[in-house]
Unconditional design. Structure first.
Length: 381
């Protein structure tokens, strides 16, 4: 990706005229001509948005690959992209609910994003949009574009003055484009991952990240050691975000050593998808002690006498941390001014942490001291 500040950003592309998916959705791939990668004299500089007086005299070289796609079941359209330049999310991916999605890369003309969406909204087909955008563009040979509309029609362009490997591949409801990659396998892996997840019920955002992950595993770009970023945008005509727009996913990993992996981590964590954390069945001697202390303080099973409760602690399930115990924990926490879900500040339910354990032992110790003739024996025995 080559960025001549402040007006141009280059993502080093490879050849080809437009291509897309035919009416059957069969994928077509256009390969690039072979060109040398960036020479040793090129000095990378970050497209950080900070004014650099000397930047116009040099260019930042990096690469990118992206995927534009549609989920025909939900009507969502979106773009996922990764590159070796910071803040790619401010440059490449564009989407509008009910209209389509655009990825503009190689020598990036950022205006092609919103302009492409406007032309789609006016009723032009993706190939017509590309033709219109590039008609009077003197740098068309350095551009790379991918476009999909709300009906799944696609078109792509990879300019002939772009660095190997560059090319694009279109299939049913997607188009993948990339440049300065280790090889064709990156584009194929990205495309085949998206094809493999079709009809699985996974969200479009999830599938787009998975496609990038597959491309990374296949080798990604051919240059190493530069700053890198990743981004994901999804527009959903059937849902409205809290900000009032239909852009339901808008994520940018502005700079990270492993931006695609970080994009995955953030997405899974935000949406609490299975796998974002490890969890296990909680059971053990400490749970029995917890129940016994809570019972002794009148917070748990206070309707049972000591003998009945001790019998309970010897029975099945005594070692398990269950919903009843968690509710008792929250009652104790509330009585002792510890955070609880009722605070409406985002606290989890049933938290047994160090402050809780300290307060529980303190309360139990005080209770025992106030009962003359008691020996302070462990209540769980």
């Amino acid at each position: 990706m080559r960025f001549t500040m402040p007006t141009a950003l280059f993502l080093c592309a490879g050849i080809a005229v437009w291509s897309g998916a035919d009416s059957t959705g069969k994928a077509r791939l256009v390969r690039s001509s072979s060109r040398d990668a960036v020479g040793p004299g090129d000095e990378p500089t970050a497209a950080s948005g900070v004014e650099d007086p000397g930047a116009s005299a040099r260019s930042l070289v990096c690469n990118t690959f992206s995927i534009c796609a549609l989920d025909p079941e939900t009507g969502e359209t979106g773009v996922a992209v990764t590159t070796r330049v910071p803040e790619v999310g401010r440059l490449c991916p564009w989407a509008k609910a009910g209209v389509g999605a655009v990825a503009t890369q190689a020598t990036v003309e950022v205006s092609y994003g919103p302009r492409g969406l406007e032309l789609l909204e006016q009723g032009l087909a993706p190939d017509q949009v590309i033709e219109r955008l590039l008609a009077e563009d003197e740098n068309r040979a350095h551009r790379q574009l991918g476009i999909i509309d709300a009906h799944g029609n696609t078109a792509s362009h990879t300019g002939k003055e772009c660095m190997d490997f560059a090319g694009h591949r279109a299939g049913k409801n997607y188009t993948v484009q990339g440049n300065l990659l280790v090889g064709k396998a990156v584009i194929d892996a990205t495309a085949e991952s998206f094809e493999a997840t079709a009809g699985t019920g996974r969200a479009l955002a999830d599938r787009l990240i998975a496609a990038l992950e597959a491309g990374q595993r296949a080798g990604g770009d051919k240059r190493k050691g530069l700053k890198q970023s990743a981004a994901l945008i999804v527009a959903d005509p059937g849902r409205t975000h809290y900000d009032g727009t239909h852009i339901t996913v808008n994520m940018q990993v502005a700079e990270h050593p492993e931006p695609v992996a970080e994009l995955r981590r953030q997405y899974d964590t935000i949406h609490q998808r299975l796998g974002y954390r490890e969890f296990r069945w909680i059971a053990g001697r400490d749970v029995i002690e917890l129940k016994a202390l809570l019972h002794a303080l009148g917070c748990f099973r206070d309707d049972e006498n000591d003998d009945a409760f001790r019998n309970r602690l010897r029975g099945d399930g005594a070692r398990s941390y269950d919903a009843d115990t968690a509710a008792a924990v929250d009652r104790f926490r509330k009585d002792h001014n510890l955070p609880v879900p009722d605070d409406q500040l985002g606290h989890d339910a049933g938290v047994v942490d160090a402050p809780f354990v300290h307060a529980l032992y303190e309360a139990y110790g005080a209770k025992r001291k106030a009962e003359p003739g008691r020996d302070g024996a462990d209540p769980s025995r």
